[in-house]
Design a protein around this ligand. Structure first.
Ligand code: COA
Length: 195
């Protein structure tokens, strides 16, 4: 795996997930409120550990071109892992995946104890900047269930716009909810001039 530096923001540090993050991950990946609008239901400890092992294996196989990284969102003031993020342009690095070249996907999740304080925007913003400035990504996609107002506002604050609407009957994750795919192009990124 290529070495990746941490992403440091005003209040957060985002670093690659590690085995030692298992307990923190269980606390939010197993929390029904945290995963209500994610592509899975609340995970058991064993399921969370398998998810973490899977993410670590994908990170290990990632290259500069084809990658799938899980990030720990760390509160700098306490060192606590309060959430995780994901950036990927293929599900199976180093093999090219279903995402078009120069495009990538973004995901994020915080423990509910830390919602509504701007951490989500701060973390997602750091991952967007990393994808655009360090990875040569041209377009970032994020899928959001329609009722997930917090996530939609977060994306819109970062400059994302609605790209495609999926009806509830098209949902493949068992949530039976309509969703939006959002996109942000590097050329219309509001912070492009701040590099
Ligand atoms: C989505 C999530 C990461 C947002 O993180 P957050 O730190 O709570 O959000 P922020 O405080 O950074 O706020 C981002 C925007 O959402 C708004 N917002 C936050 N919580 C909200 C809520 N419950 N309802 C409506 N809007 C909300 C904020 O006002 C802000 O919008 P604004 O800039 O227009 O005022 C967080 O709610 C979360 O982890 N949810 C569970 C997992 C999830 O749904 N992940 C996304 C899957 S697509």
């Amino acid at each position: 795996m290529e070495p990746l530096p941490s992403l440091v923001t005003e209040r957060l540090e985002l670093r690659l997930l590690a085995h030692t993050d298992a307990a923190a991950l269980r606390a939010f990946r197993g929390n029904p409120d945290a995963v209500r609008y994610l592509s899975h239901h609340a995970l058991t400890a064993g399921q969370t550990d398998r998810l973490l092992a899977d993410l670590l294996a994908r990170a290990e196989r990632s290259t500069a071109e084809w990658f799938h990284y899980g990030w720990a969102v760390v509160l700098r003031s306490t060192g606590a892992v309060i959430g995780d993020g994901r950036t990927w342009n293929t599900t199976e690095p180093p093999l090219p995946g279903g995402v078009p070249a120069r495009c990538a996907n973004l995901g994020y999740l915080l423990h509910p104890d830390h919602h509504g304080k701007g951490y989500g925007l701060e973390a997602a913003g750091a991952l967007v900047r990393w994808l655009f400035t360090e990875r040569g990504t041209h377009t970032i996609y994020a899928g959001v269930y329609e009722p997930n107002t917090a996530s939609r506002r977060l994306l819109e604050s970062l400059g994302f716009t609605q790209d495609h609407y999926f009806t509830a009957s098209q949902d493949t994750y068992g949530k039976a909810l309509a969703s939006w795919r959002y996109r942000l192009d590097r050329t219309s990124w509001p912070l492009a001039g701040d590099d």
